[in-house]
Design a protein around this ligand. Structure first.
Ligand code: F0G
Length: 471
């Protein structure tokens, strides 16, 4: 029965040609890129699973919307269309467009966080935590312990541990907690959802302590789909209804529209509170643009308004998550260690189990991503110790329990055959895992180092020591 498969609810109208490369070409390319997949040229990539951000395929309706861009400096009609769509689908009354998610995080952090504050969240995200720290705050992880265990089968590994919130308020006082930040479908945990039952508890906790609740809604539709599948009370509700309910339980949202909302660029900060909206408008004109376009062109706001409506369609989201689960199932059948349950936007390879001979301070996930590219031209992303960075006070590397390589699936871009090629490549690399050696830094940027860091390969059998090289 068609409705029970994940087959795509669209057909292809235009294609982009991609290039096959030889192993020699790829060895050269990754060496030149300092063994960092962010530094590869996309021309040298066959299947690009670096990220699901800004690389999705827009629909014909979105492209038609691009032609209807009202490129007025102030008061573009596309802004009002976007604002009304956000209120209709996500409940938030006020919208401040930004060039992408981190633009919204910047404005929010500068508006609400004071020096010495603590910001609890269900696991960190790289740019989110960095903006909290820039504003003088300290991030505190309050996600359930199961989220840090790649093998736990908990259906809602994105849930908040309320006892961790209680412990924090006891330690620092509610007056030093400007807000709790919850992400839907937690990226760094492996694309894991939180449940509506848990979100309601967090809402009650925030009301009790007079603390705001901020929602990183970058992947809210994927989270809503998992709620529909796994939380019995919501089995008969549409993804659109569940998305609306999640949003209406929170006060403020930051959005990277480059993911769930199916556009190549854009984001926003949204909220209900009038005073906060005024403050955000005052800042957005300094850092992004006038409050009716933020960092976006009129045509981009139009494509986003249409993308939001498509993103909450049940058939769309079933196909989107279904494709990710298809890849995950192929790897599980072959015994490749991955984070389970499979997440909404990506399959995460467990580098600690695939490369047990490489200590974490020789960067197994970074080495695995480089090896996978060399093998196949499939580009993936490190999500382990390199992404985690250093503690801002001690300068020590954070050593996350999850040392992962993310195979991130762009929306509406690749086919089932591409997933088969990817699975076969990962399986081949896992079979020769012991031939892969660790890496050391040759260049380590101070901020968000994973984007631009460069590495060299350690010699096989080299004495493993704590990495204290170039900072
Ligand atoms: N929040 C989450 C959960 C994200 O995944 C991202 C971006 C952002 C915020 C920042 O948004 O990139 O539009 O400025 N994640 C991308 C990724 C980069 O590959 O996971 P942005």
């Amino acid at each position: 029965m068609a409705t029970h498969t994940w087959a795509e609810p669209y057909k292809i109208k235009a294609v982009e040609l991609i290039r096959m490369t030889t192993r020699e070409q790829r060895e050269e390319a990754i060496r030149e890129a300092g063994y960092n997949t962010f530094l590869l040229r996309s021309e040298d990539v066959y299947i690009d699973l670096l990220t699901d951000s800004g690389c999705g395929a827009m629909s014909d309706r979105q492209w038609a919307g691009m032609m209807c861009g009202d490129e007025a400096y102030a008061g573009s009609k596309n802004f009002y269309h976007l604002r009304d769509t956000i209120e209709n689908y996500y409940s938030y009354k006020h919208t401040v467009p930004t060039h992408q998610g981190r633009g919204a995080e910047h404005i929010l952090s500068q508006t609400l966080i004071s020096e010495g504050d603590f910001v609890p969240g269900n696991m960190y995200f790289t740019t989110t935590r960095y903006h909290q720290e820039l504003a003088g705050g300290t991030f505190v992880d309050v996600i359930i312990d199961e989220a840090h265990d790649a093998e736990s089968e908990h259906p809602f590994k994105g849930n908040v541990d309320i006892e961790k919130l209680d412990a924090l308020v006891e330690r620092v006082g509610a007056e030093n907690i400007p807000y709790v930040c919850i992400a839907t479908c937690v990226n760094m945990a492996g694309g894991q959802p939180l449940s509506l039952a848990n979100l309601r508890q967090v809402r009650l906790w925030c009301d009790k302590h007079g603390v705001l609740l901020v929602h990183d809604m970058t992947r809210v539709a994927e989270n809503a789909y998992f709620i529909q599948c796994r939380e019995p009370a919501y089995r008969d509700r549409t993804v659109r209804e569940i998305v609306y309910e999640i949003c209406s339980l929170t006060d403020i949202a930051t959005m990277s529209a480059k993911k769930d909302a199916l556009v190549n660029i854009g984001g926003f900060l949204a909220m209900n509170d009038e005073k906060l909206y005024e403050k955000a408008c005052a800042l957005v004109v300094v850092y992004e643009g006038l409050h009716t376009y933020g960092g976006m062109a009129g045509r981009d706001m139009e494509a986003l308004a249409i993308g939001i409506t498509e993103s909450v369609d049940d058939d769309h989201i079933r196909a989107r998550v279904g494709q990710v689960e298809y890849l995950g199932a192929a790897l599980q059948r072959a015994g490749v260690p991955i984070v389970t349950p499979v997440g909404g936007h990506a399959v995460f390879l467990d580098a600690l189990r695939i490369l047990p001979h490489i200590p974490q301070d020789c960067f197994p996930a970074q080495a695995l991503a480089a090896a996978l590219y060399e093998e196949s031209g499939v580009r993936s992303m490190e999500r382990g110790v390199i992404s985690a960075g250093r503690n801002k006070d001690s300068g020590e590397n954070y050593m996350p329990k999850l040392e992962l390589v993310r195979l991130t699936i762009p929306r509406r871009v690749y086919t089932q055959a591409h997933m088969d090629v990817t699975a076969a490549a990962v399986i081949r690399v896992a079979e020769v895992a012991e031939t892969i050696s660790g890496l050391r830094f040759v260049y380590e940027p101070e901020m968000l180092r994973f984007f631009q860091a460069r590495f060299e390969r350690r010699q096989a059998g080299e004495v493993k020591q704590r990495d204290t090289s170039a900072r």
